[in-house]
Design a protein around this ligand. Structure first.
Ligand SMILES: C[S@@+](CC[C@H](N)C(=O)[O-])C[C@H]1O[C@@H](n2cnc3c(N)ncnc32)[C@H](O)[C@@H]1O
Length: 243
């Protein structure tokens, strides 16, 4: 079972190191201005979010969504624009990506975005249970070498925590273009007692729906001839009995 810790008791997690880029090309002056001025207004207050994450938004949103590793933020900004009643929290430790999202937020005058600049797992550790209505993990770093597989963000431990954070019936969307990661994700999620894979026919995972825009990484994958999969899981009301 995905064990929920007793009230007030936080799960003890081992220290972890960050893998991947924190910073890429030099940040352009316009992006740096946004990092200096707009980010402080949009940065999620982790301590306050641990109590009530909806309280970080004005007005209070009707639902709360979460995107882990938003990259350049194109998908997150699109969802925020299409769903103004939803508060969307994005986590990303790549500073250039955060700057890019800030530009999209400013250009579209989005009011319903909050940002955790750092490791998404620190955010997952703090958010209260049963508060998230939808979560996205789109094209997570594949770490294809077997010796690096443990660095993958989609792990049983992450799914356990997401099962705690997602409301009953909430959707978890995961995309990948890496065949070995696809098998890994499907094994982890379909064996997980708190998730059902929403699939009836191949088109359900081969195509994005209209409410699922492309990401920058996806466009690169398609240009390189790699076919992504678009996986949707639902957080069950009751834990599945083991067979
Ligand atoms: C392959 S990129 C995909 C970006 C974006 N989702 C897309 O589809 O274009 C993976 C992203 O996840 C971010 N990332 C990886 N692990 C993370 C973590 N633990 N916390 C926050 N961001 C993370 C990386 O910095 C990177 O931007």
């Amino acid at each position: 079972m995905c064990a929920a810790p007793p009230d007030g008791e936080k799960t003890q997690r081992p220290r972890r190191s960050l893998h991947g880029r924190r910073k890429g090309r030099p940040i352009r002056a316009a992006r740096q201005r946004l990092l200096d001025t707009l980010l402080p207004q949009l940065e999620l207050n982790l301590e306050a979010a641990a109590g009530d994450p909806t309280g970080q938004f004005v007005p209070t949103p009707a639902a709360l969504w979460l995107e882990i590793g938003f990259g350049g933020g194109e998908h997150l900004a699109w969802q925020a624009g299409q769903n103004p009643n939803v508060g969307i929290i994005g986590a990303e430790f790549f500073i250039n990506g955060v700057g890019n999202l800030l530009k999209l937020v400013e250009d579209a005058n989005l009011k319903n975005v909050r940002i955790h600049k750092g490791d998404a797992r620190d955010l997952l550790d703090r958010l209260p249970e049963q508060t998230i209505d939808r979560a996205f993990i789109l094209f997570p770093d594949p770490w294809p070498k077997a010796k690096h597989n443990k660095r993958r963000i989609v792990q049983k431990q992450t799914l356990d925590r997401l099962a705690e954070l997602l409301k009953t019936g909430a959707e978890l969307r995961i995309a990948t273009d890496d065949p070995s990661y696809r098998r890994w994700i499907l094994a982890a999620a379909t064996n997980h007692p708190w998730f059902d894979w929403n699939v009836e026919k191949p088109a359900d995972w081969r195509r994005r729906s209209d409410d699922w825009p492309p990401t920058r990484y996806e466009e690169k994958a398609l240009a390189a001839g790699r076919q992504p999969v678009y996986l949707r899981f639902t957080r069950r009301a009751k834990m599945r009995e083991s067979t």
